[in-house]
Design a protein around this ligand. Sequence first.
Ligand SMILES: [Zn+2]
Ligand SMILES: [Zn+2]
Length: 193
Amino acid sequence: MRNPFRNAEMRRYFDQYVEMYRDGKMRNADGTPSHGGSTRSMFWRGYRGIPHHMGLALTGHGTIGYAAFRAGHEINKAESKKLRSENLCVFCGEDTAFGSGRFVNRIPADTYHELDDGTEEYRDGYACAECMASECGRCDEEIPLDEDYSVDNGHTRLHWDCLTDQEKAICDRDVYDWERLTDKEKEADSNSD
Ligand SMILES: [Zn+2]
Ligand SMILES: [Zn+2]
C-alpha cells in the first residue's frame, strides 16, 4: 500500500494506523470497529468513505486524525481491489461480482493462465458463462450454458438446431425413455457407471 504523505511525522502516523489495523487493534474483541478516541473514528470514516471534515476534532490536514483517516481510506481501497480481483473471470478477466450482470451464471473455476512472458499464473475464482459456453462441433458458434446436446457421449457438443432429424429423434427418445422409467430403474441406471 502506498503511503500518501511526504511529511515524516505524517508518514509515521499513517504506517502506525495501517499496522494497528493489521494487528486487529482497530477492532473490538467482537470484530466491530473500535471508535475509542477521535483518531480511531477518523480511521473508520476514511475506511467507509465519510468526509473527514464533519464534526470531529483533529480533522485538518497535517493532523494525526487526518493520517488515520487516510490510512482507513487506503486500506479500504486495497481491500476492495483485492475483492474485485477475486471476482474476475479466471479466463477472460471480466468482473463477475454481484451487480456486474455476470454474477448469477458464474461458476467456480480455476486455471493456469498464460502470461505474456510465457510463464503461467495459477488463478482460482470464477468463470463467466460466456467462457464456460462450449463451441458447437458443427457450426463453430457458441452454445449457451446448459443448452448443448451430444450424440457421442459428450465428446462433441452441438446445438439442437445442428442435429440431424435422426439425432433429434434419438435425443428426444433418450429424454422420453428416462421419464418413463420407474424410480427403481432410474436408480439402477444412475448406478450403472
Ligand atoms: Zn470469462
Ligand atoms: Zn451449431
